[in-house]
Design a protein around this ligand. Sequence first.
Ligand code: GTP
Ligand code: SPV
Ligand code: MN
Length: 602
Amino acid sequence: MDSIQPSVQHSGLIQWVEEAARMCQPADIHWCDGSKAEYDRLMAGMVESGAATELSQQPNSYLFRSDASDVARVEDRTYISHPDRDDAGPTNNWMDPEGLKKRMRELYEGCMAGRTMYVIPFSMGPIDSPIARIGIEITDSPYVVCNMHIMTRVGTVVMDRLGTDGEFIPCLHSVGAPLAPGQEDVTWPCAPMEEKYISHFPRENLIWSHGSGYGGNALLGKKCLALRIASNMARREGWMAEHMLILRLISPEGRRYHIAAAFPSACGKTNLAMLQPTISGWSCECIGDDIAWMQIGPNGRLRAINPESGFFGVAPGTSYDSNPMAMDMLHGNCIYTNCALTDDGDVWWEGKTDQPPAHAVDWKGGDWTPSNGTPAAHPNARFTAPASQCPVISPDWEDPEGVPIDIFVFGGRRSHVAPLVVQALNWDHGVFLGATAASETTAANIGSVGNLRYDPFAMLPFCGYNMGDYFSHWLNMGDRLGGKAPLIFRVNWFRLGLDGQWLWPGFGENSRVLKWMCERFDDQSGAVESPVGYLPRVQDLDLDGLELPTGDMEELLRIDIPAWTQEVEDVRRHLIRFGDRLPARLAAQLAAHEERLKAAGK
Ligand code: GTP
Ligand code: SPV
Ligand code: MN
C-alpha cells in the first residue's frame, strides 16, 4: 500500500498516519485536497452505494439516513482523559489515559478493514488568523469527509501552512465497522453503544473517536477539537473557547454591537445568530452559530472568531416563520441527515411547513403519512450548509482578527422560574449566572429529553477539564479585561404560561431583548435591581407593535422569590460538587445571592 503522497513532507504527520494505518488496516489511504472534484466523487460513490439520496429539488444536495441507534452525540460515552481524575472533574466521564487507550486500541485493531482511510487536513478558523488552529482528521467515513468540507476549511492550503513541522491536532475517527472480504456494506456503518468512545487526551492534544458516524461524535473539528481540546489550550494560553453564537446587531444609526451567546444544544443559537429583527431600523449579521474562539486583542478588548465555516443546524422547527434566513440558505450544496424525503424529491421536517406532506419517506426509510403518529424527521435531524450561503452572513465573518465582543448572553430552556432577561450586577455575578445556568435536556444528546439539569455556560458536555477550574478561568479573564469586559446577561425564551404555551413569541422578537442589552451597554436604558440582577421594567423594553396578552410581559419579568429561594439548595449542591476547585469568589456570589433573596423575602 502506497500510504504517503510524495508531496507530504511533514515527518510527524507521516509517522502518525502510518501508525494509524498499521493499527486500523484500511484497504486504501486517500489524502484529501478539499476540492469540489473530491467532494463530488465521494458523493457519487455514496449515491451509488445507496448511502445517500440525491435531492431533485435542490442542486448538489443529498439526504442521509443514519442507523437508528446513531442519531446524536453520546455524552455517556464521551471521555476526558487527563492523567489525574480531578483534572477532568465531577462533570466529565474519566478513564486513565493508558487504560482508555488500551481498550480503544483493541477496537481500532483492524477496524478499517475493507474501507478507505481518509486523511483530512483542516483549519479551524480562517487560515491566516492568529487565532486559527490546524487539525488532521483520519476517518473511514466518506460522509464525514464531505461534512468536513463544509464545516471546516479543508485541503492543500492547510498542508502548505503546516509545512514540514507545523503543529496539528491529531483526530482519529472510525465508524468501527470493518468489512470482511466480500462482505456487503450497510448504508450507515457504526458500532454498538458499548463500543462507542469519544475520547480526549488533553495533555497530548489528541482525539480518538470510535463507533459513531454522527455529528459531534464524528466531525472531530467541532465539539472535540474546537471545544473540548481547545478549552484546555485556551486555559493554558489565556484565551476562551466557548459554545457560543456570534452576531452583529446594527442600530438605525449604524452603531454596531457584537454579541456572543451561549445556549445549550438545540436551545436557539442558530436561530438567534440569523435573527431578523422585528424592531424597525435594526438589522443583524451572522458571524457564527455554535462556537466562538476569543482572545484579548492589542487594545485590550475581547475579539472573537467563528472557527467553523458551515452550519450543522437542527432541522426540525426551522421554517420561514422561525428562521427565514436559514431557509434561504438551504437552497443547494447541503447535506441533510435524518430528515424526511418528500415524493417530489425534497426534504421535510416537523415545523418546516404548517401542512405536512400527504406522504413521505421518514428518517428510518419507511413509508410515512401524517396519520403515522411518529415524527417524519428525527428530532435531531440536521442540515450541513456552507456559512457563505447564509443571506445575512457578515461581510466580516472571516476577519482573521475577529470582531470585538460587547455583550455575553447565557441562556437555557426553562419552563418556569427564569425570567425573560436579567443583567448581571458585575462580572463575578455574571460568572455566577453562567455557572448556575440550568436547561431542560434536548434531542441533541442520546438520553432523556426535557429533564432540567445544570449546564454551566452551556459547556457541560464540552468543557475539557475540571469545570471548577473553568469558572476560575472566566474570573481571570474578567480581571484581565477589566473595564473592557463585555456586559453579561442571562435570558430564557422558553417560560410557559398557565396554558402550557410559551409566554414569549421568541425568534425575531428576541431582537427587543437584544436592543435593551445594547442600550444598557450605552447607558441609555433603565432597569431595576432585583435579587437576581438588573431587570428591565416593561417600559424599558421596546414592545412597539408587539401585541401580547395582558399580564404576560409582567409574568415574563416576574421574580418569584419563594421559587428562587427554594432553588438555592440545588444551586449549592451543584456548586459544592467542585470541592476545592470551586473559586472562593463564586462561593461568595452564592452567599450574596442568598442574602439578597432573604432580604427580598422579608
Ligand atoms: P446546537 O446546534 O445543538 O448547538 O443548537 P442551537 O442552540 O443552535 O439550537 P437551534 O437554534 O437550532 O434551536 C433548536 C430549537 O429551538 C428549534 O426547535 C427551534 O425552533 C427552537 N427555538 C429557537 N429559538 C427559539 C425561540 O426564540 N423561542 C422558541 N420557543 N423556540 C426557539
Ligand atoms: C450540539 O449538540 O451542541 C451541536 C450538534 O451543535 S453536534 O455537532 O452533533 O454536537
Ligand atoms: Mn452546539
